[in-house]
Design a binder for this molecule. Structure first.
Ligand SMILES: *[C@@H]1O[C@H](CO)[C@@H](O)[C@H](O)[C@H]1NC(C)=O
Ligand SMILES: [Cu+2]
Length: 159
């Protein structure tokens, strides 16, 4: 009986860890584009350390700059900002706190609303190294992982 219990717990932990990091497609189907309301998009979402933001846009049309709050307000681009430019840019949220992202092309930030601010929370299970490939566009909610873990564990328990 105790062996089954150990398997139950191990399965729970393994499943939860493997699917708990959420990948957010910024702007969903619209992607990273002009005149999209990214503040409304971010509303109601909870971002945790280990989650990822994916910025999708046609190569060369836009870019992604991680900036501080001041630069965000003023849409100020400095040469010290490393731009992400490949059109399918994956940003892993590595630390808690406010994170600011703007587009550095033309006046997209100032005039076309290409700016996103989010708050990253620290509470999260450690992301599994196997989920860092960034090739998947699947958004897997945390609750789904838990349900899968629960069902998987129950199956083992019943066998
Ligand atoms: C914000 O970033 C800009 C541009 O990189 C820099 O000049 C400025 O000093 C930064 N401000 C703060 C408060 O760190
Ligand atoms: Cu842009």
């Amino acid at each position: 009986m105790s062996r089954v219990y150990v398997i139950f717990i191990a399965t729970l932990v393994a499943f939860a860890a493997s699917v708990s990091a959420t990948e957010y497609i910024v702007g969903d189907e619209s992607g990273w584009t002009l005149d999209f309301d990214y503040q409304t998009w971010a509303q109601g979402k909870r971002f945790f350390v280990g989650d990822k933001l994916v910025f999708n846009y046609p190569l060369g049309k836009h870019n992604v700059l991680r900036v501080n709050g001041t630069s965000f307000q003023q849409c100020m681009i400095s040469s010290s900002n490393d731009a992400l430019t490949n059109g399918n840019d994956v940003v892993t949220l590595l630390s808690p706190g406010r994170k600011w992202y703007i587009c550095g092309v033309g006046k997209h930030c100032e005039l076309r609303n290409m700016k996103l601010v989010i708050n990253v929370e620290s509470m999260s299970p450690a992301p599994s190294p196997s989920t860092t490939s960034g090739s998947s566009n699947l958004v897997i909610p945390k609750t789904y992982g838990f349900v899968v873990a629960l069902i998987g564990s129950l199956l083992i328990f019943l066998v």
